[in-house]
Write a protein that binds this ligand. Structure first.
Ligand code: HEC
Ligand code: HEC
Ligand code: HEC
Ligand code: HEC
Ligand code: HEC
Length: 309
């Protein structure tokens, strides 16, 4: 056993003890994020190489749990060898066949539109936010070699173990945004995670899971507008997309709410409301809208783009 392995064993032992004891003494302190949310995705929570280096517990403790690829885009995109099972731009992530419980299963009497399984522009987000695969489960790692076509549909830890973290010990487990606290990022990033996760920011709200009944419907067909229908019309159309072209430039800009057609008509998906790269608010200093929203939701502007309420 190397020193690194010893430390890892020790750590998981401590982690287990902490969980068993239900330790609350080390409950989360929610440190202010080091991300300034300006100018680039590199300064947001979607830069998965970043961590708290000072001003709190060190994020170096995370190294055994996920590969630090030292690049920002690679967790989602690759210039070559991308995933062709899903219609997403140069997608570098494992997308597993998952059956989601849709919002329709909740059975509200007011829902009028058909809801189907999430389309590609939701599957992109769910490839991390449903917690089924590791955040670092990519097809093509940086550098030459480090490519596995089989990664397109399933996570292979032997393949992922080949990566050497420059920042610290290598990862041997490749965890995801799991709801089961013992298993994934939430082993540390949740309230009362115990001594190992002491001070790690609480990510519980970021776990969407595969049950979508408590989320705004996705894969839901946007109604055609007309008399008596309380929805606004998205004016501009191109192949596969319809959008609210608020600046009239004929391009779907990052700030404009989009609907996606992946073969079932124009539907609301996760990327309808969110841009995972961050959207400048347009104010001074170009601070991004909170929560990667395409529009700041002050006065519910995002909701009122579609709903006439
Ligand atoms: C062994 C405990 C542990 C695990 C497991 C863990 N983290 Fe962390 N993480 C920390 C600690 C401690 C910090 C530093 C405190 C902080 O910033 O929340 C941190 C910081 C971070 C930060 C910086 C947060 C900020 O706003 O500055 C990100 C991003 C992050 N972790 C992502 C992840 C992801 C994604 C996973 C799962 C793949 C994960 N972590 C798993 C302990 C952990
Ligand atoms: C957390 C995942 C994630 C990361 C990291 C990421 N992207 Fe993306 N990117 C996406 C998704 C999802 C889409 C598809 C957006 C949609 O559905 O409309 C996308 C789309 C794009 C597109 C297509 C045009 C557009 O804006 O829709 C480009 C270009 C792009 N990304 C470049 C980058 C670059 C360059 C980086 C690194 C600096 C990066 N992305 C990092 C998730 C990511
Ligand atoms: C590569 C994995 C990955 C993908 C793909 C991804 N996310 Fe995330 N996202 C994360 C992680 C991990 C966090 C939270 C931890 C952190 O980094 O601080 C997060 C955080 C968020 C947050 C909270 C941001 C905040 O500051 O409060 C939102 C909103 C979000 N993601 C939306 C999306 C949407 C929408 C998509 C698809 C368009 C998406 N994500 C795709 C990994 C991903
Ligand atoms: C109809 C618009 C809309 C759609 C569709 C949508 N979201 Fe969101 N999402 C929002 C808004 C608005 C917020 C901010 C909520 C808040 O501030 O509490 C948000 C917040 C989030 C957060 C942060 C959680 C929090 O409470 O801070 C995550 C993660 C997230 N969304 C992921 C997703 C994913 C994944 C999908 C697709 C399954 C999705 N969203 C679809 C509007 C949407
Ligand atoms: C891109 C357009 C779009 C945006 C933006 C949007 N919605 Fe929706 N929303 C829809 C569609 C389409 C439906 C399905 C309506 C139906 O089936 O009758 C829906 C359904 C709903 C429902 C009702 C579901 C039911 O059971 O009857 C509520 C409530 C709702 N949205 C609230 C919101 C809120 C709050 C926001 C802002 C955070 C928001 N929506 C943003 C398009 C949108």
């Amino acid at each position: 056993m190397t020193l690194g392995e010893g430390m890892r064993t020790l750590r998981s032992g401590v982690l287990l003890l902490g969980l068993l004891a239900g330790v609350v003494a080390w409950a989360d302190v929610d440190l202010p994020s080091k991300f300034d949310n300006r100018n680039s995705i590199a300064n947001t929570r979607h830069n998965l190489t970043q961590r708290q280096a000072s001003g709190g517990p060190s994020g170096a403790i995370m190294d055994p749990y996920r590969n630090d690829y030292a690049e920002v885009c690679v967790y989602c995109h690759t210039p070559h060898g991308a995933n062709t099972n899903v219609a997403l731009p140069l997608w570098n992530r494992t997308v597993t066949a998952t059956s989601y419980t849709t919002y329709a299963a909740l059975g509200t009497s007011s829902l009028t539109q058909p809801v189907t399984q999430p389309g590609p522009n939701s599957l992109a987000c769910l490839s991390c936010h449903d917690g089924q695969v590791g955040v670092d489960s990519v097809i093509n790692m940086p550098g030459s070699g480090g490519y596995s076509a089989a990664q397109a549909t399933s996570q292979n830890n032997t393949f992922l173990n080949a990566w050497n973290n420059a920042s610290g010990p290598d990862a041997t487990v490749h965890v995801g945004l799991n709801a089961t606290p013992a298993a994934g990022c939430l082993a540390c990033h949740s309230a009362g995670a115990g001594v190992v996760g002491a001070g790690a920011t609480d990510f519980a709200a970021f776990v969407i899971g595969s049950d979508l009944r408590n989320d705004h419907p996705v894969g839901v067909l946007y109604p055609t507008t007309g008399p008596g229908i309380d929805f606004n019309a998205a004016g501009a159309t191109r192949t596969g997309m319809r959008w609210f072209d608020t600046n009239g430039n004929g391009r779907p800009d990052t700030r404009e709410v989009r609907l996606y057609d992946s073969g079932e008509g124009f539907e609301v998906e996760c990327a309808t409301c969110h841009d995972p790269h961050g959207v400048p608010s347009g104010g001074s200093g170009s601070l991004f809208n909170p929560s990667f929203l395409r529009l700041p939701n002050a006065a519910s502007a995002l909701c009122l783009t579609c709903h006439t309420k």
